[in-house]
Design a protein around this ligand. Structure first.
Ligand code: ADP
Length: 360
């Protein structure tokens, strides 16, 4: 079996023609070619390069070691957590550690039954199929996946009307790795078919400094410890954001100072980008302000918030909210979102005396 040396060797499967292509063009539609090359060059490929998520790495190493000893494929896995925490990267690391190929696709690319059937039939024994945004799989695709995951066959109907025949086609023993930002939106039967389910956690400042230090070495960016700390603090616990910010700070240091990055330069650059010292951007701050000023601190429904901010609900739910919740700045209640006393204080507003049960 091929050992993956580089992420360029990973197959990305497109929706349109179901052909395997050698470069990423589906998962990150909004990225430029430069961004893709950048991503490829800095994505960790082994557990030792993959920073943080210590417990998860330990559990996975044991599963991988055991699968190797048994000479069997590893159990199907589901990773969930906000975007940019390393779910795709981890799937690549697992493939690399297992010494197998990985095919990457995302649920919206599997619209028609033949999309998913085509991919399943193209797999070789032991290979990993990675499906991003797996909560967006449609019912038909899910039903094709169930027997493939459980008993390694696909049920297919051939012929028309009375001549219809049910064909049972075997598929090689593969491992499905699903990733989602919304574990709760996954159907019960699909979730139950994953043997290993893990949530990825936000990264600590120290871990983000390690991510940034690694990235700076790979990209030959000179930065001191204060610079690493300043960027890590404002990266809202997310390696993808940290890696994006260091590029912007490098540009600023080069153009304004023609120098390496230090704490003062990093802070100036991030202030210019309007990212505050806890990592909130103008959208996050507007969200808090909106709830406080227009809705007396909440509760207010997510649709109302999204409409007022001219953002879509998905962006608010998947991108803004997880970090605001984790940082304790907003609270999710059955009647909508509320700003916490910390959220008020962050904006320099005295919190009202909160009455009753906060979670009402
Ligand atoms: P997700 O699939 O969860 O949206 P990705 O796996 O695409 O996130 O990770 C985003 C970027 O962050 C990757 O390019 C990778 O370089 C970096 N990254 C993610 N997790 C880690 C980690 N644990 N250690 C180092 N870099 C990481």
């Amino acid at each position: 079996m091929a050992h993956i040396q580089d992420y360029k060797q990973i197959m990305i499967i497109s929706s349109d023609d179901n052909k395997n292509v050698e470069s990423s063009n589906q998962l990150e539609a909004k990225e430029t070619d430069f961004d893709k090359t950048f991503e490829c060059s800095i994505r960790p490929k082994t557990f030792s390069d993959y920073i943080g998520q210590t417990e998860l790495k330990e559990t996975l190493s044991i599963s991988i070691e055991s699968a190797k000893k048994r000479e069997q494929s590893i159990d199907h896995m589901l990773f969930y957590g906000p975007p940019g925490l390393g779910k795709t990267t981890l799937a690549g690391v697992i493939a690399n550690e297992m010494g197998v190929n990985i095919k990457i696709t995302s649920a919206p690319a599997l619209e028609r039954p033949r999309d998913i059937i085509g991919i399943l039939m193209s797999l070789k024994a032991g290979e990993i199929l990675f499906i991003d945004e797996i909560h967006r799989l449609n019912k038909v695709a899910e039903e094709i996946l169930y027997p493939a995951m459980e008993d390694f066959f696909i049920d297919m109907m051939t012929g028309k009307s009375q001549a219809t025949k049910n064909l049972r086609i075997p598929v090689p023993k593969f491992t499905l790795i699903g990733a989602t930002t919304k574990a709760g939106s996954l159907s019960g039967p699909l979730r139950d078919r994953f043997g290993i389910i893990h949530r990825l956690e936000f990264y600590t400042i120290k871990e983000l400094m390690d991510v940034l230090s690694r990235t700076s070495k790979l990209l030959d960016i000179k930065i001191d410890k204060d610079g690493l700390n300043a960027i890590a603090r404002r990266s809202r616990g997310t390696p993808r954001i940290a890696n994006r910010l260091i590029k912007r700070v490098r540009d600023y240091a080069l153009v304004r100072y023609n120098s390496d990055i230090n704490g003062q330069i990093a802070n100036e650059a991030l202030d210019l980008l309007k990212i505050d010292n806890v990592g909130l951007n103008p959208t996050d701050r507007n969200l808090l302000k909106l709830i406080i000023e227009k809705y007396d601190g909440g509760p207010v429904g997510i649709e109302t918030i999204a409409a007022a901010l001219c953002e879509d609900v998905k962006t608010i739910e998947d991108v803004c909210e997880p970090y605001l919740l984790q940082a304790g700045l907003i609270l999710r209640t059955p009647r909508g979102r509320k700003v916490s006393p910390e959220g008020y204080r962050l904006l320099g507003i005295t919190p009202p005396i909160m009455q009753g049960n906060l979670f009402e």
